[in-house]
Structure formats: C-alpha cells, structure tokens
Design a protein around this ligand. Structure first.
Ligand code: FAD
Length: 434
C-alpha cells in the first residue's frame, strides 16, 4: 500500500478503524468535520444536566468487543450493568414494552382484539414460525402478530418512527430489534404483569458517572484526530481527498464513515447508475429535544414508546434513570425524539413547546415544574429506511466504491440500522482489510 490509510469521520466506526490500524502498525490519518470526535456518541452538559444524542445504551454481544471495551480500553470501572425498564404509552395507559408480549394493563377490549388477532394469525400459519416471510414488514406483522397488535401498535408506531408505512418496508432491518414472541408468550404477557425484560437489550451497559461519550473518548485518547476538517471531494484515480479548508491528502487505502449518499456525491467519476442509486436512499431524521427539570424526579421509567400520532414524539426517555449522575440531585434529565423528513416538515423552533405540552398531556410534566435546561440536537438521517430500493442500491454503490479502493463502513457508511457495537466491530474489520 502506497500512502497512509485515511479514515473519514471520527465516530465510533472511524475511531475504531484508526485505533486498530495504529495497533497493527499501519500509518493512519483520521479526519473529522466537527470540533471533537465521537459522532453520535457524544454528550453535552447544560447547566448541571447531561444529555446524549438521545438514549445510547451499550450492548456488547461479542466476546471480542467486550474484551476490547471493558479491558483493553479500560472501561470496566466506568460502565455498570443496567436492567431495561421500557414502556409503551397507548390507549391512555402506560404498559410494559414490548407491546406484543406485554399486553397486560391495556383496556380489556384492546387486549381481546390483540389476542383474537394473534390466535387467528397463529391458526393461519402452516407450520412452526421460523423467519418472517420475504414480503413487507406489514405482511410479517399480520402473519406473526395478527391484526390487533399490528393496528394497535406496530402500524402507528413504525409509521411514526420511519415516516414510511410498514407496507412499504421490507423485513431486513428487523434482526434482533423486533422481538418475536410465540403465541403462549403473547397470552402470558396479556394475563400477567411480567416485569422481567426479555430480548437482546434486557440488560445494557451505561457509564456510571457521565454520558455515553466516555466510550468514544476512550478511543479518541489513543488516536490522533484532525478535527474541523471536512472532506469535500475524493479523487480515486489520484487517491487524494480534498478538504473544505483547501488542504488535500494522498491515501493508500480510504475508509469512509460518512453517510453513503454524501460520499457518492463527492467521489469524482461516480457513474450515473451509482448516483441514481444514491438518490434512491431514504432516511428519517430525528429532532432530539432534551430538557432538564430541576424540581423533581418526574418519572422512574427509562423510556416510553409513544405510537399516538397526536403526540409529537415517538419516544421519550429519562437519562437520569440510566445514571443518577446525569441530573442534579432531585432533578430529571429527559429526551424526546421527533421524527421528520421529506413530506413531514418540522417547525424546529416550536418543537420544545410541543414536547412540553405533550409531556403534560401524558401526565409526566406538571404546571409548576421548572425547566432549567434545554438543548436540541438535530440528527439528520437518523434512521435508514428499509424500503425495496435500499438493498439493491446499497449493493450497487458498495460494489462500485470497492472497485475504486474505498471502503464505506459504519451505520451511515453502510446505510443500515445498527448499533454502537456494530460500528466498533466494523472499524476492527476495516482496519484488518486495509
Ligand atoms: C436516535 C438514535 C439512537 C441510538 N441509540 C443507540 C443505542 O441505544 N445503542 C446503540 O448501540 N446504538 C444506538 N444508536 C446507533 C449509534 O449511534 C451508531 O451505531 C453509531 O454512533 C455509529 O457510529 P458511526 O461511526 O458509524 O457514525 P457517526 O457517529 O455518525 O460518525 C460519523 C462521523 O463522520 C463525520 N463526518 C461526516 N461527514 C464528514 C466529512 N465530509 N468529513 C469529515 N468527517 C465527516 C461525522 O461528523 C461523524 O463524526 C442510535 C442511533 C440513533 C440515530
């Protein structure tokens, strides 16, 4: 390889790639457009409250990433295990999540409708449930959970989050993210209050004393990041990256973690078919409204899913229930997530007021509560939409980038629905391939 490995973007994927390249003795330069590394794994302190870019909870399912984060990066003492306490607010009640296996506490007519639907769906199935059908996410829901669960939660919640109706989505994103209880589990969860969480995120890790940024910092302290350096053009034939400040750098191998459509737009010589594929990629953005309430602990739960289209946010969460250190004593640190995108405009200035009104209508905020801190983060393209175009388009783009010696990794580099552990692991793999 002539020239260094150049990594664009110092989120977890880029940091991990640079860290592992350095460990392997590969010359590596890491560039980041923002003023500090971390990407979405950063935390902001406002008036004694600490906010992440919405809840960022760490799941380490691979022994390799566990050893890397906890031992090699020395974070064993910083992170503590936390048991999930997630809820759903629907039909005027707050009940446990996931909706499909925790119907207990919903109005009886809703429970009956959901159970009848699940039973009918179960009887219609030819044999034991293995993987979902290759059809739409809607078809999967109707076949596996039935009409009631779909209409009462899955349809409104997913339409609100993704900005796309489930009938236009594939099932490819589901993986570990959508729990698939069997019929007996659905019935059990309707008859009994089952506090014990299940699924991949039943337990997670969260920093004891500060926000999630401690994870990114552990990498960033071990690699050099050139911040405030935005890549604006890539010339694969000359193997050079051009930056907004006029600087350039030559590379032997290039790893990009920036969003895939933006990368395509800046690579010189991208064929029309690749540009057309990039134009077909869709995502839903999130306006993250964070509030610090100084006078009381407003909620003991960690987060609540909100499918109701009449409320502006699809989820509200409480950082101080991940770690008490995230709010001053006796206060609350919370986040509300509002999804928006093409065809779903948002009035960003009015959003905090709408959030406060929504929280009041849910009984979470009271008129006398003191909002002592507010910070709004605009997370563009937060959730990649898995429609029928996504798979073929990403495949075409990645194949062309590969032919140009460019590796595009990370949640937005691969244009996928994935988590922090995946970003770290993709960094490991990218360094190995480079
Ligand atoms: C709302 C939300 C909630 C989430 N919750 C969780 C959770 O609870 N648990 C979990 O494990 N994961 C969660 N995730 C996923 C997690 O945030 C990602 O998996 C992870 O941050 C991806 O890291 P990355 O390095 O791929 O991307 P990023 O963090 O986006 O890093 C990419 C970096 O590239 C930089 N960049 C972009 N363009 C340029 C350019 N032209 N030049 C130079 N630099 C550039 C950016 O500034 C950024 O720093 C959540 C994601 C979202 C959106």
């Amino acid at each position: 390889m002539r020239g260094p490995l150049v990594v664009l973007g110092a989120g977890l994927a880029g940091l991990s790639a640079a860290y592992h390249a350095r460990k392997a003795g590969t010359a590596c330069l890491l560039f980041e457009k923002e003023s500090r590394p971390g990407g979405l794994v950063r935390s902001e302190r406002v008036g004694g409250f600490c906010f992440d870019y919405t809840g960022h909870l760490l799941h380490l399912s691979r022994p390799e990433t566990r050893a890397l984060v906890l031992d090699e990066l020395g974070l064993r003492r910083d992170f503590v295990p936390v048991r999930r306490d997630a809820w759903v607010y629907s039909h005027g009640r707050t009940t446990r999540a996931p909706f499909q296996s925790r119907l207990h506490g919903l109005p009886p007519d809703v429970v009956r409708e959901c159970l009848e639907g699940a039973l009918r769906a179960h009887r219609a199935l030819p044999g034991p449930r293995a993987e979902g059908p290759k059809g739409s996410f809607e078809a999967f829901n109707l076949e596996h959970f039935g009409e009631g669960i779909y209409r009462r939660f899955m349809e409104p919640y997913n339409a609100k989050l993704w900005g796309v109706h489930p009938s236009a989505m594939t099932t490819e994103f589901m993986g570990r993210f959508v729990p698939r209880p069997g019929l007996s589990e659905i019935f059990e969860g309707a008859l009994f209050d089952l506090p014990r969480p299940t699924g991949y995120n039943a337990d997670f890790l969260y920093p004891r004393h500060t926000g999630i940024e401690v994870l990114a910092r552990a990498f960033a302290d071990r690699v050099e990041t050139r911040t405030r350096t935005e890549a604006v053009r890539v010339d694969p034939s000359r193997r050079r990256v051009h930056f907004a400040d006029g600087g350039t750098v030559g590379y032997g191998r290039l790893v990009s973690t920036m969003p895939l459509p933006r990368l395509v737009a800046m690579v010189r010589g991208a064929p029309a078919s690749v540009r057309r594929a990039a134009a077909r990629l869709r995502a839903s953005s999130v306006l993250n409204v964070n509030l610090g309430v100084s006078n009381r602990d407003i909620c003991s739960k960690q987060w609540i899913y909100v499918p109701d289209p009449g409320l502006p946010f699809y989820r509200v969460g409480f950082y101080h229930n991940f770690s008490r250190a995230l709010a001053p004593r006796g206060g609350s640190s919370l986040y509300a997530e509002i999804s928006y995108g093409p065809g779903r405009p948002i009035d960003k200035a009015a959003a905090p007021g709408r959030v406060v009104r929504g929280l009041r209508s849910m009984g979470l905020l009271r008129p006398g509560d003191r909002i002592a801190a507010q910070w709004v983060a605009d997370i563009r393209d937060a959730y990649v939409v898995y429609d029928a175009d996504r798979g073929p388009s990403v495949g075409l783009i990645q194949a062309w980038l590969k032919s140009q010696g460019i590796l595009s990794v990370g949640r937005w580099g691969r244009w996928e629905y994935s988590a922090m552990e995946d970003a770290i692991w993709q960094g490991v793999e990218a360094a190995a391939r480079a």
